[in-house]
Design a protein around this ligand. Structure first.
Ligand code: CA
Length: 436
């Protein structure tokens, strides 16, 4: 697990003035990676780090770096971050230190100012070749709520407190923040209908999640010990696991989600590294005394004491009418990643225990991050309680699930005493109508 070092010092300032603005997601203590190019250009997509409202081209900065930092920067000219992710924590840490020194006050501003691109002028890309995507269900509040809605007599299945439950999903339909998502069609069979029909989804939902990018993988057939799990994790993004509840309800028994989930996953373009998150480590959620203890392979002192991550999550919605009228997006849910029932290390360790291999650039979703009260729910399934509790947007428009033209905006940020606030940037997308 990365340790605190000089790159986390809250007193550090950058020569990029916008990185010193209060409330910025991207101070010099963050330095998240993304893949970008100047919008409308034929430039090759390549790695950059976000700094204030700018992006530093990592390859262009490489000439000012030495040793391991220069070697690591040389991996960042590719259009995906997989090779850099595979390089491991020493390489990641060396480059972070090098970039931190270059971007601090007193760094070579004149030499590097030409290597900056304004984020407002940049086109962002999915930052890795994501070979596989597994989505967990690691939040007990969400699992209990979804269970209570779908199975009122038997809300939480007996495996939940033993297994970090997950399903394997699709990586081909990942898109980066800003790319619209088309309402899917699928088989719908309301309880009153005799036979299903192929129709546009009528219960389109979001799921507020953290995405976890894998760094070095594991060999096929080899497990990952829990205290080694985070050596395999490069960093995190905000992830929206779009969910078609009516399609899901008809198809999910017995093999789980399929068309309800596979048409789109939106991610924030920036990957906040585990090293940048070091000041925001916290204890894993304390289990009630009468809950089962995790099996030994999912349990360690280090995981109990530091396995949590204190990330504040938010989901906001704005309708087309709200945007036309200049009404700001409405906050529908605010929750905390530290409230997950299973930690990142437990998810990674469980995933590999049967010998399944991770590869660099794979993504695991955390599962919907919900708190205990409706203002902290991370999905509309919960907020509208499966459409039985409609609510109004500030425009007066009623919602249960998403309407065409709605924009869903997800955010994550971390703040703690003695640390600089860092954020993940937006994960947003507008819903387009289904095909005719
Ligand atoms: Ca999910």
């Amino acid at each position: 697990m990365p340790q605190l070092n000089e790159t986390h010092d809250p007193k550090l300032k950058s020569w990029v003035a916008s990185a010193n603005a209060s409330g910025t997601d991207f101070p010099v203590q963050n330095l998240p990676y993304g893949i970008f190019r100047k919008r409308g250009s034929n430039e090759a997509p390549r790695a950059g780090v976000a700094i204030g409202d700018q992006i530093l081209d990592v390859s262009a900065a490489a000439a000012h770096l030495n040793g391991a930092a220069a070697d690591a920067a040389a991996l960042c000219g590719a259009p995906v971050l997989n090779d850099f992710m595979a390089a491991g924590s020493e390489a990641w840490s060396a480059l972070r230190k090098g970039l931190s020194e270059l971007l601090r006050e007193g760094g070579p501003a004149d030499a590097l100012s030409g290597a900056l691109t304004a984020q407002s002028d940049a086109e962002m890309f999915v930052p890795a070749n994501i070979g596989d995507f597994t989505d967990f269900w690691a939040n007990l509040n969400h699992a209990s709520n979804a269970g209570a809605i779908n199975r009122p007599d038997n809300p939480l299945l007996p495996n939940y407190k033993w297994i970090p439950v997950a399903y394997h999903s699709r990586s081909s339909s990942f898109t980066v923040s800003g790319v619209p998502v088309k309402r899917p069609k699928g088989q719908l069979k309301p309880p009153t209908a005799e036979v299903p029909e192929l129709k546009p989804c009528g219960r389109l939902d979001y799921e507020l999640e953290i995405g976890i990018y894998l760094g070095p993988g594991n060999e096929l057939g080899s497990a990952i010990a829990i205290d080694d799990a985070e050596d395999h994790v490069f960093g995190c993004c905000v992830l929206n696991d779009w969910s078609a509840r009516d399609i899901q309800a008809w198809e999910y028994v017995p093999l789980g989600p399929f068309h309800g989930k596979n048409y789109g996953t939106t991610i924030s373009p920036w990957i906040v590294t585990m090293e940048a998150l070091a000041p925001f480590r916290t204890a894993a959620l304390k289990r009630p005394d009468d809950d089962p203890k995790p099996l030994p392979y999912l349990s360690s002192k280090s995981n109990e004491e530091n396995g949590g991550l204190d990330i504040q999550m938010e989901v906001l919605v704005s309708s087309q009418k709200m945007r036309d009228d200049g009404v700001p997006p409405a906050l529908l849910g605010a929750s905390k990643f530290k409230d997950m029932y299973w930690t990142v290390a437990q998810m990674i360790t469980h995933h590999a225990v049967g010998g399944c291999n991770f590869r660099p650039g794979d993504v695991c979703g955390s599962g919907t991050i919900s708190g205990e009260t409706p203002d902290s729910y991370g999905s509309l399934l919960e907020l509208s309680w499966a459409a039985t509790r409609p609510f109004n947007l500030p425009s007066g428009e009623e919602r249960t699930f998403l309407a065409d033209g709605d924009e869903v905006i997800m955010r994550g940020y971390c703040q703690a005493e003695g640390a600089a606030r860092i954020g993940f940037g937006d994960c947003s997308a507008v819903i387009l109508p289904a095909d005719k």
